[in-house]
Design a protein around this ligand. Structure first.
Ligand code: KIV
Length: 295
C-alpha cells in the first residue's frame, strides 16, 4: 500500500471516505497500527499520562515527545505521522513554536505536527505552514488546558460557546491547517464544523458525522485503566492479557515449570562429558580453598 498523503486525506473528505487515526508511542505498537491500516498515527502528548504516568499532559517536554516520536517513526511505513506539540512548546512565540515543530520533522521524521487551540495559535500555525510544516488543529476539549477551563467534560453545549468553537476551527483552517481534531463536542456542533470546513475533521467523543475518528490507542486496547472515557470504545482487554501472562510467568518460575525443555539450551553430550571430566581433573590437582587456609 502506498504512503498516505495530505492530498489523499483532502480527497477522502470530498468522496465521503472516512479517516482512521490512532495514537502510538513506541516502535512495536506503531508497527502494529500501521500494518492494521490506519491513515494517521499520532504521537499524542497523551503519552504523558498513558505511558509516563503523569497526572495530566501539562508536564510533557519536547525532549520526551521527540524520544517517542523517533521510535514511532521506525515502525510507521504507510500512515501519515503526526507529532503532538506539548503545552510547553505552544506557550512560546511563533518563531519559538516553529523551532519546536522543526524538531519533530528534522529529529523525529514526522510528516506533520498537531496543535491545540489557544489564543494567538493562528499566528504560529501560519508561521509553521509558511515554513512547509503541515499542521493539524485541535478544538473543543483541549486536554492541555482542560483543568483550568472547567475540567474534562463536553464543550460547546450552548449556542454561544458552540459558535466560539466553530470560529476557532474556521480560524485554524484559514491559517493553513490540513485537518482538525474535534474533541468532546455535541454531534450537531461537530456536524456544523464538518459541513463548513474544506479540511477533514477527525472526531474524538464528537459523534459519527466527522470525516474521521481518532482514539488514544491505550483506551482502544484497554491498556490504560486509570481513566475510562465514555466515548472511548474498548476493542480489546490488553491489561487483562498482560496481567494474565505476567502472573502465569510468576507461577511457573515459582513452581519450576519455566523454563521447560523447549526453552533450555543444551550442548552435544560428548562435549558436556568432556567439560565435566576436565573440570573434575582440575579440581583434583588443585588444593581446595579450605586446605590452603588451614596451612
Ligand atoms: O494527545 C492525544 O493523544 C490527542 C488525541 C486525544 C487526539 O491529542
Amino acid at each position: 500500500m502506498s504512503k498516505i498523503t495530505i492530498a489523499e486525506l483532502l480527497a477522502r473528505k470530498e468522496q465521503d471516505g472516512k479517516i482512521a487515526m490512532l495514537t502510538a508511542y513506541d516502535y512495536p505498537m506503531a508497527k502494529l497500527v500501521d500494518e492494521a491500516g490506519v491513515d494517521l498515527v499520532l504521537v499524542g502528548d497523551s503519552l504523558g499520562m498513558v505511558v509516563l504516568g503523569y497526572e495530566t499532559t501539562a508536564p510533557v517536554t519536547m525532549d520526551e515527545m521527540i524520544h517517542h516520536a523517533r521510535a514511532v517513526r521506525r515502525g510507521v511505513a504507510r500512515a501519515l505521522l503526526v507529532g503532538d506539540m506539548p503545552l510547553m512548546a505552544l506557550r512560546a512565540s511563533a518563531p519559538e513554536v516553529l523551532r519546536h515543530a522543526t524538531r519533530f520533522v528534522q529529529e523525529a521524521g514526522c510528516d506533520a505536527v498537531k496543535v491545540e487551540w489557544r489564543e494567538g495559535i493562528d499566528d504560529s500555525v501560519r508561521t509553521m505552514v509558511g515554513a512547509n510544516i503541515p499542521v493539524m488543529g485541535h478544538v473543543g476539549l483541549t486536554p492541555q488546558t482542560a483543568a483550568s477551563e472547567g475540567g474534562f467534560g463536553l464543550r460547546g453545549k450552548d449556542a454561544e460557546s458552540a459558535k466560539t468553537i466553530i470560529a476557532q476551527a474556521q480560524g485554524l483552517e484559514r491559517a493553513g491547517c490540513f485537518a482538525i481534531v474535534l474533541e468532546c463536542l455535541p454531534d450537531p456542533v461537530a456536524q456544523e464544523i464538518t459541513k463548513r470546513l474544506r479540511i477533514p475533521t477527525i472526531g474524538i467523543g464528537s459523534g459519527p458525522h466527522c470525516d474521521g475518528q481518532v482514539l488514544v490507542l491505550y483506551d482502544a486496547i484497554g491498556l490504560y485503566e486509570r481513566l475510562k472515557p465514555k466515548f472511548a470504545k474498548r476493542y480489546a482487554d490488553a491489561a487483562s492479557l498482560v496481567r494474565g501472562a505476567a502472573s502465569a510467568f510468576v507461577n511457573e518460575v515459582r513452581s519450576g515449570t519455566f523454563p521447560g525443555k523447549e526453552q533450555t539450551p543444551t550442548m552435544a553430550p560428548d562435549e558436556a562429558d568432556k567439560l565435566r571430566r576436565e573440570l573434575d581433573r582440575k579440581n583434583s590437582t588443585q588444593p581446595s580453598a579450605h586446605s590452603r587456609q588451614s596451612k
